[in-house]
Ligand binder design. Structure first.
Ligand code: BGC
Length: 386
C-alpha cells in the first residue's frame, strides 16, 4: 500500500517534471561527480570555440549542418537523427545526416566529408569520446563550431557546446529506484544486487554508473546490499559497445557462479536498455528465483514491452524530441552569430576545459506512469508496444 502511494506520488511528480523537460525555465539539478550545482541558463562565455567567427550562414538563414550519429543499431539514435533532420529542415537548413555503424574510422571519415563539403556547424554523437581530436582540428581551422550531442567529445578544444540529458541524474534516478523499491532504509535485508554499465569509451557511462553508485554504495558498505559476484568497479562491470549479447554473456557467468543454486537475486542495476535486455535474457534462460528489479534507460520499445510484461522494472525516459529541439535552437543561435543557450558551465570538463552545456532533465518510467509519459505524449502509439 505504502509502496503504491509512493509510486503514485513519484509518477505524478515525474509527469510534472517531464513537462519541464528541456524548457528554458527548467532548473538543472546536475551534480556531476565532484562538481558544484551548475548555474542556470548562463551565457556561453567561455566556450572554447564559441568566439570563433560566426559560421557561413546565408542571409536567408540557411546553411548546411552536419549531423553525425553513432549507429542505427539502437533505436534511440534513429529517433535522435530523424528528429533533428526534421527540425533543422523546417528551420531552413540543409542537413547531412550520417550513421557510422559504431565504427570509429567510419565516423572520422564522415566528419571529414562534412567539413570538406561546406557544413557550417557539426552536431556529433561520438562513438568513442577520445577518437575525434585529429579530425576536429580541421573543423577548428575552418571555424566550424562543434556541438557534442548526448556524449561529450573528450580532449578536443574544437568542441564549442555540449547538449545532453543530465547523465549523473540518470544514474541517481536508477539508484534511487532500487533504494526505494527494496526499501533499503527500513527493510532488514541483506539484498543481492549485480551491476552492469555501458561502454568504457563513452563518457556518459561513467556519469550513469557514478550517479547510481553514489546512491547505492553506502548500502553496499553497510552490508545491506551484497554483490555476490564481487564485481563492482567500473571497468569490470562495463559493457563494450553497450552490446546486449555482451551483457547477456557476462550475466550468464555471474548467474552460474552465484545464483544457479536458487539464491535470490533482488536487483540488477543496468545503465541502459540494451544492457538491461541482455541481463533479462540471461535471467530468463538461467535463473529460477523470483524476478529481480531491473533498471534501464531510453524507453526503447523492446524494454517498454519488457516493462509491461514484468521483466524490466523501470527505464529512464529521455525524450529525444526535446533534446533535438534544444540542439536545433543552439544551431540556429550559432548560425545567426549569437551564443547558444546553456544551463551548465561547471559539470563537463572534456580535458581541455569546461564545455558549456545544456542539460535536459531525465525522468523515470515504470508500469505506473509509462502510458502518460510515452503514449499520451505521442512518443509511441499503443500499437508500437504490442
Ligand atoms: C546514451 C544512452 C544510450 C547509450 C547506448 C549513451 O551515451 O546516453 O541513452 O543508451 O549511449 O547507445
Amino acid at each position: 500500500m505504502k509502496k503504491k502511494l509512493v509510486s503514485m506520488i513519484l509518477a505524478t511528480a515525474m509527469v510534472a517534471a517531464t513537462l519541464v523537460g528541456c524548457g528554458n525555465s527548467g532548473s538543472s539539478q546536475t551534480t556531476a561527480p565532484a562538481a558544484d550545482a551548475p548555474a542556470a541558463e548562463a551565457p556561453a562565455a567561455e566556450a572554447p570555440a564559441a568566439d570563433a567567427e560566426a559560421p557561413a550562414a546565408d542571409a536567408a538563414g540557411g546553411g548546411k549542418v552536419g549531423v553525425a550519429m553513432p549507429t542505427k543499431d539502437l533505436q534511440r539514435w534513429n529517433q535522435d537523427g530523424s528528429n533533428m533532420q526534421k527540425e533543422l529542415e523546417a528551420a531552413g537548413y540543409e542537413v547531412d545526416l550520417q550513421y557510422a555503424s559504431n565504427d570509429i574510422q567510419t565516423q572520422v571519415s564522415q566528419i571529414e566529408n562534412m567539413i570538406n563539403s561546406g557544413c557550417s556547424v557539426l552536431v556529433i554523437a561520438s562513438i568513442e569520446g577520445d577518437s575525434l581530436g585529429t579530425v576536429l582540428e580541421q573543423a577548428k581551422e575552418k571555424n566550424i563550431p562543434v556541438i557534442a550531442y548526448d556524449r561529450l567529445i573528450m580532449n578536443s578544444d574544437a568542441v564549442s557546446y555540449y547538449a545532453t540529458f543530465d547523465n549523473y541524474m540518470v544514474g541517481t534516478k536508477q539508484g534511487e529506484y532500487i533504494r526505494d523499491h527494496l526499501e533499503l532504509d527500513t527493510a532488514e535485508g541483506p539484498f543481492n544486487i549485480e551491476l552492469t554499465t555501458g561502454d568504457p569509451g563513452d563518457n556518459n557511462a561513467r556519469f550513469f554508473f557514478g550517479g547510481a553508485m553514489d546512491v547505492l554504495q553506502p548500502y553496499i558498505d553497510s552490508g545491506k546490499l551484497v554483490v555476490k559476484s564481487g564485481q563492482t568497479d567500473f571497468e569490470t562491470v562495463a559493457t563494450a559497445n553497450w552490446a546486449t549479447e555482451t551483457a547477456q554473456a557476462r550475466m550468464d557467468s555471474i548467474i552460474s557462479a552465484n545464483y544457479a543454486d536458487g539464491t535470490q537475486l533482488h536487483a540488477c542495476l543496468c545503465s541502459n536498455d540494451s544492457t538491461a535486455l541482455g541481463v533479462a535474457n540471461s535471467l530468463e534462460a538461467n535463473y529460477t528465483g523470483e524476478w529481480p528489479i531491473i533498471t534501464g534507460q531510453d524507453c526503447d520499445i523492446a524494454s517498454v514491452k519488457n516493462m509491461i510484461a514484468g521483466k524490466q522494472s523501470m527505464s529512464i525516459f529521455k525524450d529525444t524530441r526535446t533534446l533535438a529541439s534544444k540542439v536545433v535552437e543552439m544551431v540556429d543561435a550559432i548560425m545567426k552569430g549569437g551564443e547558444a543557450p546553456v544551463n551548465d558551465t561547471k559539470s563537463y570538463d572534456n580535458g581541455t576545459g569546461i564545455i558549456p552545456s545544456f542539460l535536459c532533465e531525465p525522468v523515470f518510467a515504470d508500469i505506473n506512469n509509462y502510458k502518460e509519459l510515452l503514449i499520451d505524449s505521442g512518443y509511441y502509439t499503443e500499437a508500437d508496444l504490442q
